[in-house]
Design a binder for this molecule. Structure first.
Ligand code: SF4
Length: 118
């Protein structure tokens, strides 16, 4: 079973879905979106990057996504953070305002995970 937020558990409960039958990717808000948004478009368009940040901030599995990106040494946006080899990429995250960074840290910390990587 995934360790999701209480709001995600509430949604699963309303839908009659057993959390044991769900992987975190099943709850990804980006499911079905153009993946370029999380890679090359994020790098080249500040507007796309900022909109993508908002999508991730609204995603119920932001914590799980970031953890997977770090653990698997991924590239691109994971949990709202652009990673290069599993590490936050300062240059590709430089468009983020202090307020957005604060919101991301708070969302991660509210799930009990350290937000040191933000
Ligand atoms: S945090 Fe962002 S990239 Fe990760 S699953 Fe959610 S919407 Fe997709």
């Amino acid at each position: 079973m995934i360790d999701v937020t209480s709001s995600a558990l509430s949604v699963l409960d309303e839908l009659g879905i057993d959390p044991n039958d769900v992987e975190w990717q099943d709850l990804a808000l980006c499911h079905g979106l153009d993946l370029k948004r999380f890679y090359e478009s994020y790098e080249t368009s500040e507007r796309t990057a900022k909109l993508t940040d908002q999508i991730c901030l609204s995603c119920p599995v932001m914590k799980e996504c970031l953890a997977a990106g770090i653990e698997n040494n991924e590239w691109g946006v994971w949990g709202g953070v652009y990673l290069s080899s599993g590490r936050p990429d300062d240059a590709k995250n430089q468009h983020k305002t202090p307020e957005i960074k604060k919101q991301m840290r708070e969302k991660i910390e509210s799930t009990g995970q350290s937000a040191d990587s933000y």
